[in-house]
Design a protein around this ligand. Structure first.
Ligand code: SAH
Ligand code: SF4
Ligand code: F3S
Length: 436
């Protein structure tokens, strides 16, 4: 039998879809296929912004026809959107052809839900309030070789005023360091070349034995083998000198920090409940660059937060300059029902927010281009990830996350390749391989 999974949202969800695939294989769905040929279609949804939800709604709705034509096709919808208050009910009413609805806390139960559905006509709905078991037992079907994602913690305690994640993912729960290390060791033995440690707020990792994130990161980077380590996401309020010291000491850790700032204005940061100031953020970047001068910083920014003034928006622009940001994910504030910010007075008009976003994108893209251009003539190490058939080139990433493209007569996927950069375009570098 065949399966098809549609994933929305962050790396966490991408990795969870790998676990979903693992469960499906156990239930006899042994091949991935296009939706038309699938016996089960699973949607793994996101609700971080309204457009993420709209996409999912559109695509689930579009399956009505297929479901009618194909007897026995199962449709399951899970993930963050299903966990939102009232959404499971709404989905069930709007799309009665959905067979299974499951929340974020019971991924491990999906196999049992499929069994249950096979035995009954009604939609099976299971959206528990909190997680009762970690998903440590599930063997994921990894689809991102040579990169492997490893969860180190689940959930978030921060309640940034705009964010729905704490409501749909629950409270922070860290995995045991020993379990994480044995997962990393076996991935490296299997030949994975890049390990990305995942959590909504990795800096607040703490396991039962009291191990914190710098200790975990150092231990992961000390595992023997030829691989590199990334982690995301870090929160500026929990950033520490120990983290910088570990990054500096261990060559395997990429010299890249993704540190979402959200805004450059202290008043907005406080309304966002971010619990740091512009000055603290800039101080952290200064420390990082003093210790590791060639480290690059990327960030996330929200524009058009309720009551944000033109002046305050300009503080975000100037922060991008001062912090020497290499690239950023940039968003227009999207009110999420149930969060504090959604109910705040002073919501910003869409036209104003859009105009701010385009000015910000222009600034950030300029910085990205400027930084990429500096690599022309230099040699960078790329981990080859894939082949771009359209371009007829292999591609990979350097430790900063920049894409590198090159020609090769042989398949180099999974190899560290030394690329002499001949041309730069936006975040992409093009070049010739030195170690063919
Ligand atoms: N845990 C991570 C980020 C999770 S969500 C962190 O704290 O940094 C990824 C990004 O989506 C956030 O950094 C933020 O920039 C953006 N985001 C979250 N909620 C949003 C909302 N309601 N509207 C617009 N952007 C949002
Ligand atoms: Fe959301 Fe803030 Fe938690 Fe990140 S730290 S997931 S932005 S509440
Ligand atoms: Fe990720 Fe979206 Fe959920 S960003 S945690 S999939 S709401």
């Amino acid at each position: 039998m065949n399966y098809h999974i549609v994933t929305y949202g962050c790396q966490m969800n991408l990795h969870e879809s790998e676990k979903i695939a693992g469960i499906l294989r156990e239930k006899g769905y042994d091949r991935e296929s296009p939706p038309e040929d699938a016996d089960i279609i699973v949607f793994n949804t996101c609700c971080i912004r309204e457009n993420a939800e709209n996409h999912a709604f559109g695509n689930i709705g579009a399956l009505k026809q297929l479901k009618r034509q194909k007897k026995g096709l199962l449709i399951a919808v899970g993930g963050c959107m299903v966990q939102e208050e009232g959404k499971a009910k709404l989905l069930k009413e709007k799309f009665p052809f959905i067979d299974i609805l499951f929340g974020t806390h019971n991924l491990a139960e999906l196999g049992e839900l499929i069994e249950k559905k096979r035995a009954q006509r009604r939609t099976v709905v299971s959206v528990p309030e909190a997680r009762d078991r970690l998903e440590d037992g599930i063997v994921p079907v990894r689809t991102s070789y040579p990169n492997a994602w490893v969860n180190i913690m689940y959930g978030c305690n921060n309640f940034c005023s705009y964010c729905i994640v704490p409501y749909v993912r629950g409270r922070e729960k860290s995995r045991r360091m020993g379990d994480i290390l044995s997962e990393v060791r076996s991935l490296v033995e299997e030949g994975y070349k890049e390990i990305t440690l995942l959590g909504q707020n990795v800096n607040s990792y703490r396991d039962e034995s009291g191990a914190d994130f710098p200790a975990l990161l150092a231990a992961v980077a000390s595992v023997e083998g030829d691989f590199r380590v990334r982690f995301m996401t870090s929160h500026p309020k929990d950033f520490s000198a120990e983290l910088v010291a570990v990054m500096k000491k261990h060559k395997k850790i990429c010299k890249h920090l993704h540190l979402p700032v959200q805004s450059g204005s202290n008043r907005i940061l406080s309304l966002m409940n971010r619990r740091y100031t512009r000055e603290k953020y800039l101080g952290e970047i200064a420390l990082l660059k003093r210790e590791i001068p060639d480290c690059e910083v990327t960030t996330d920014i929200i524009v058009g937060f309720p009551t944000e003034t033109e002046e305050e928006f300009r503080e975000t622009l100037s922060l991008v300059e001062e912090a020497d940001i290499s690239s950023a994910f940039m968003f227009i504030f999207s009110p999420r029902t149930g969060t504090k910010a959604a109910a705040m007075e002073g919501q910003i008009e869409e036209s104003v927010a859009k105009e701010r976003l385009s000015r910000l994108i222009e600034l950030v893209n300029g910085k990205t281009r400027e930084k990429s251009a500096k690599y022309v003539g230099k040699t960078v190490e790329i981990l080859c990830e894939d082949r771009d058939e359209k371009k007829g080139l292999y591609l990979g990433r350097d430790e900063y996350g920049r894409m590198g493209y090159f020609e090769s007569p042989e398949n180099r996927v999974g190899d560290f390749v030394r690329l002499k950069v001949t041309r730069a375009n936006g975040i992409s570098l093009y070049g010739e391989v030195e170690n063919l």
